[in-house]
Ligand binder design. Structure first.
Ligand code: G2H
Length: 249
C-alpha cells in the first residue's frame, strides 16, 4: 500500500529561532495520524531542525540538491552533505526551481539519478502552467515532465519516488485546483506510469497534490482516491493550519 504523506515546504521562510519555535510547536500539537509528516526548512536551518525533532514523528527533508558529488559548484549542496546531517529525502523539480533557477527536465533527471544513487528518497514535483491548461495541453505537459525526468529509471527505483503534482497556476495564488481536477490529473498520472512501467508501480507510488492547500480545502482534496496527501507551502508556516491539514488525511 502506498503511504499517505503531508509535507510542509517552507521555501525561503523562517530564520533559525523561528524554525526551532515552529518545529517545537508542531511537535507538541501533532495529532495521531496515519500520514508520514515531513517539513522542508531552508538549507541553513536543516541541521538545527534535525536536532530539534524526533525524526520518527516528523521527518526533515531538503528543498533541493545538486547532482554533482562535490566540487566547484559555489552555493550548492550535495546529497552526501544532506545524508551527513541525517536527511535522506529531497524535493526535486519544484516549479519555483524550474521558473527562477532554470532547472530543466534534463537537469532534474540528473538530480533524481544522483539522489537515487545515494539511496535517497525523491519527492519529484511537476505540473502545468496556466497557459497549458487554458490550451488544453495540461495532460501532455505533465506526461512529458514525467517522461523526461523519470521514465528512464529502473522499475526498482520507484520505491524511492514520491510524486507531487503542483499546477503552477495554483501555487501561492490562493487558487486551488478543484478536487475533481486534482483527481483527474492524479488518475492520468497513474495511467501514464502504468503504460510506461506497470500497474503495480503506478498503484504503489504516492502522489501528493500541492498548490494553495489550506485547512478549508484539504479534506475534500485528500478525499479523492488518487490523492495520497499534500505538499503544503504557505499554510505549513502556521502550526495550527498545518496540523489541521494533517488531520484532514
Ligand atoms: C506549492 C505549494 C508548496 P503553496 O509551491 O510546494 O505552495 O501551498 O503556498 O501554494
Amino acid at each position: 500500500m502506498r503511504s499517505k504523506i503531508v509535507a510542509g515546504n517552507w521555501k525561503m521562510n523562517k530564520n533559525l529561532a523561528e524554525t526551532e519555535a515552529l518545529l517545537t510547536e508542531l511537535a507538541a500539537k501533532l495529532p495521531d495520524t496515519q500520514a508520514e509528516v515531513m517539513v522542508a526548512p531552508t538549507f541553513v536551518n536543516l541541521a538545527a531542525a534535525v536536532r530539534t525533532l524526533d525524526s520518527s514523528v516528523i521527518e526533515v527533508i531538503a528543498q533541493n540538491m545538486h547532482f554533482a558529488e562535490s566540487g566547484a559548484y559555489t552555493g550548492e549542496i550535495s546529497a552526501d552533505m544532506l545524508l551527513n546531517i541525517g536527511i535522506d529525502t529531497v524535493i526535486i523539480g519544484h516549479s519555483e526551481r524550474r521558473a527562477y533557477f532554470g532547472e530543466t527536465d534534463e537537469i532534474l533527471a540528473k538530480k533524481v539519478k544522483a539522489a537515487l544513487a545515494k539511496n535517497m528518497r525523491v519527492m519529484f514535483c511537476f505540473g502545468e502552467e496556466l497557459d497549458d491548461r487554458k490550451s488544453d495541453n495540461h495532460f501532455k505537459v505533465v506526461e512529458s515532465q514525467l517522461k523526461n525526468a523519470l521514465f528512464s529509471l529502473e522499475a526498482s527505483d520507484w520505491g524511492k519516488i514520491v510524486l507531487a503534482y503542483e499546477p503552477v497556476w495554483a501555487i501561492g495564488t490562493g487558487e486551488t485546483a478543484s478536487p475533481e481536477q486534482a483527481q483527474e490529473m492524479h488518475a492520468f498520472i497513474r495511467k501514464t506510469i502504468t503504460e510506461a512501467y506497470d500497474a503495480s508501480i503506478a498503484n504503489n507510488v504516492s502522489i501528493l497534490y500541492g498548490g494553495s492547500v489550506k485547512p478549508a480545502n484539504a479534506v475534500e482534496i485528500f478525499g479523492k482516491p488518487d490523492v495520497d496527501g499534500g505538499l503544503i507551502g504557505g499554510a505549513s508556516l502556521v502550526a495550527d493550519d498545518f496540523v489541521a491539514i494533517i488531520k484532514a488525511i
